[in-house]
Design a protein around this ligand. Sequence first.
Ligand code: SF4
Ligand code: SF4
Length: 75
Amino acid sequence: MKLYTKKEECCGCGVCYSMCPVGAIVMQEDERGFQYPVIKEEKCIGCLKCVKVCALKARRNCVYGERYERKKSNL
Ligand code: SF4
Ligand code: SF4
């Protein structure tokens, strides 16, 4: 599971990292020194808090955000 597919879908704010209840997200530096979140699958419990708090995903401009919206509408 990824929090973004293209770098335009993530500004590296780290809010998802801060909000994950089980510490499943780490911020990893790319080749230019910017930090991006990576989900450790083995720790993730699938709560989707990281998606809910992401301002960029709220705009539904990425695949993961759209999946979350679909899941929410099925509740
Ligand atoms: S909250 Fe969204 S924009 Fe911020 S680091 Fe996480 S995925 Fe990227
Ligand atoms: S879905 Fe929940 S447990 Fe998994 S990375 Fe996101 S906030 Fe953490």
